[in-house]
Design a protein around this ligand. Structure first.
Ligand code: NAD
Length: 476
């Protein structure tokens, strides 16, 4: 049973939308509607805007220690409700329950990190040129925030924005993805119960383009934070331009994976197969293009295929499931199109390459061999359980191919040589580089991309800096 009650949170009140509009929430493992999600009307959005302006004044006026106490309590509540929130997450997103539990734990950790970091938004004193003058640099919260998040990490995508904004002293209106609303709502209840003042956190849903246009054309939000596709990032940045709002853009990726000839091939395969199919490949930092040194390629393909065929696919709530469904039926068509195109250009399907069953949105974990660089899947973000692979022979060649796309989110390198690792790390155009492992996301370290993967980081000290502005005061 799906237990979360789907509501909007506006000015501290949980409620339905005033216009009566809404949509069904679908469980991707079954294709069935499991709840009804209310949409905010334009009048509701105006109330949320006014509430965020009012909430900002109250929250900003509180001391960092008072804010810490509330956020720390919210983190405890998230952790205490981990099992129940993770079930909600799996029912709306499809991912394996173990992954959902990990994501909710990350959310409690990130909330604590930002709660703590809010106490350390230090300014500085700069020695003056004139006797008697005191020069002070202050960090202030930037103002109310408008945030939008993708469905692939229903917990961590929203918590990085909520906890980041609140930790810095900002209020926030967040529109989580309509596909995965219950996780964000469950978090909202934790913050409210922890004592967050009304209007500091507002949660709305609706038709995405209408909501974003409405919120961003208002002068009230001073900051926009998006986790989503590059196409939507460009749209929102244009909308933000009219009132010159600051932006953080966490956008799409197409991570290259370079496997050098001296890599420990068995360990490398264990790592990459597990990461490739996490959340059915619907991960912005998912290992996407595999460049394998030609001397290792046949062993790589055999080992990848053996491991892939052993994966247990099914409903994320079932014991032992390692990979769940894709988010929506339309994504199955997208996977078929990538595979058909790659095949037509000369690639070979080693395993997978087709839909599974006719209940829910399952696609077989797929391994493609000898995929040419001009195949669509080598250039466009697949966001699914397909691993296209190819060979390389020299360092310069593989770096040029790895850096050839406009994206620059994560990159991965496998080698046992320290000097080769260093040379590769330095040469890659990416916001994050993983060497011999793929865990690029923690509460304490900056997460973000370069080029068309966006700009600005979440998590780490950079994550709180994104919600702060600088004021210089000089006093005689
Ligand atoms: P999306 O861009 O379609 O939607 C992201 C969010 O923006 C959703 O809440 C959506 O409703 C909202 N939105 C606001 N205005 C919109 C408009 N005018 N049109 C459409 N949506 C609008 O992305 P998605 O398909 O939900 O998510 C997948 C994408 O997110 C992938 O490209 C993935 O790489 C990216 N992503 C990036 C990161 C990161 O940190 N860099 C993390 C997760 C996902």
């Amino acid at each position: 049973m799906y237990s979360e009650k789907l509501e909007l949170l506006i000015d501290g009140v949980w409620r339905q939308g005033s216009g009566g509009a809404g949509e069904d929430l679908i469980n991707p493992a079954t294709g069935e509607a499991i709840a009804r999600l209310p949409h905010a009307s334009e009048a509701d959005l105006d109330e949320a805007l006014a509430a965020s302006a009012k909430g900002f004044k109250v929250w900003k006026a509180m001391t960092a220690i008072e804010r810490f106490a509330i956020l720390d309590k919210a983190a405890d509540l998230i952790e205490a409700r981990k099992a129940e929130i993770a079930r909600t997450l799996t029912m709306e997103n499809g991912k394996a329950l173990a992954e959902a539990i990990g994501e909710v734990q990350f959310s409690a950790d990130a909330t604590r990190w930002y709660a703590e970091e809010g106490k350390r938004t230090y300014g500085r004193i700069v020695p003056a040129r004139v006797a008697g003058v005191r020069q002070m640099v202050f960090k202030e919260p930037v103002g109310p925030v408008a945030a939008f998040a993708a469905w692939n990490f229903p917990a961590s995508n929203v918590i990085r924005k909520i906890a980041g904004a609140l930790g810095a002293g900002c209020s926030i209106i967040i529109k989580p993805a309509e596909e995965t609303p219950g996780t964000a709502i469950a978090f909202g209840r934790c913050f409210q119960e922890a004592g967050l003042p009304a209007g500091v956190l507002n949660i709305v849903f609706g038709e995405p383009a209408t909501v974003s246009t409405h919120l961003l054309s208002s002068p009230i939000p001073r900051k926009v934070s998006l986790t989503g596709s590059t196409a939507v990032g460009k749209l929102l940045q244009k909308l933000a331009a009219d009132t010159l709002k600051r932006c953080t853009m966490e956008l799409g990726g197409h991570s290259p994976v370079i496997i050098h000839p001296d890599a420990d091939i068995e360990k490398t395969l264990d790592t990459i197969v597990a990461f490739k199919f996490r959340n059915a490949g619907q991960v912005c930092t998912s290992p996407t293009r595999f460049y394998v040194h030609e001397s290792l390629y046949e062993r790589f393909i055999d080992g990848f295929a053996v491991r892939t065929r052993k994966l247990k696919i099914g409903n994320g709530l079932d014991e032992g499931t390692q990979m769940g469904p894709m988010i929506a039926r339309r994504r199955l068509d997208a996977m078929d199109a990538f595979v058909t195109d790659a095949k037509a250009k000369g690639a070979k399907i080693v395993t997978g390459g087709e839909r599974m069953g006719n209940v829910g949105y399952f696609y077989a974990p797929t391994l493609l061999k000898n995929v040419p660089d001009d195949a669509r899947i080598m250039k466009e973000e697949p966001f699914g359980p397909i691993a296209p692979t190819t060979t390389f022979s020299t360092f310069d060649e593989v770096i040029e191919r790895a850096n050839s796309l406009p994206y620059g989110l994560a990159s991965f390198v496998f080698t046992q040589s320290g000097s080769l690792a260093k040379k590769t790390e330095m040469a890659l155009e990416a916001g994050m580089v993983g060497v011999n492992h793929m865990m690029v996301s923690t509460a304490e370290t900056p997460f973000g991309g370069v080029n068309e993967s966006g700009y600005g980081s979440e998590s780490g000290i950079e994550g709180i800096e994104a919600y702060l502005r600088t004021k210089f005061v000089t006093e005689l």
